[in-house]
Write a protein that binds this ligand. Structure first.
Ligand code: AMP
Length: 115
């Protein structure tokens, strides 16, 4: 058995974290180290997909649900426009291998890459 990811531990209530929004299949938390005025993470409840490539190949409807959640968050927390970032691979800045989308919104700069 591998250890649950940090996101699964937040979902389970084992470590602190405010869940802003959830559906049957996804949940949303604030990034602990925000890179933009609005920096939220949309996370599938399952941790079976390590990155967006695996997710897209196996469950495109779940990926579509993540994108729809991102739009809803940008509508509710900013002006409806947003940057969606999936770091894929350690060399690209991925540190948690439980697929998640960074939703960046508000006054974005070129530095707001969500890494
Ligand atoms: P990535 O580097 O793309 O794998 O993204 C992982 C993100 O998770 C980083 O932006 C971290 O700041 C964020 N993160 C790590 N631990 C926590 C936590 N306990 N609560 C909220 N966000 C976290």
């Amino acid at each position: 058995m591998t250890e649950p990811s940090i996101f699964s531990r937040i979902l389970a209530g084992d470590i602190p974290g405010e869940i802003l929004f959830e559906t049957d299949r996804v949940f949303v938390i604030r990034d602990i180290a925000p890179q933009a005025p609005v920096h939220l993470l949309v996370i599938p409840k399952t941790e079976q997909y390590r990155n967006v490539t695996e997710l897209a190949a196996s469950d495109p409807s779940l990926l579509a649900e993540m994108v729809a959640a991102a739009q809803q968050l940008a509508d509710n927390h900013a002006d409806g426009e947003f940057r969606l970032v999936f770091n894929t691979g350690a060399g690209a800045g991925q540190t948690v291998f439980h697929v998640h989308a960074h939703v960046l919104a508000g006054q974005l700069t070129e530095q707001s890459v969500g890494a």
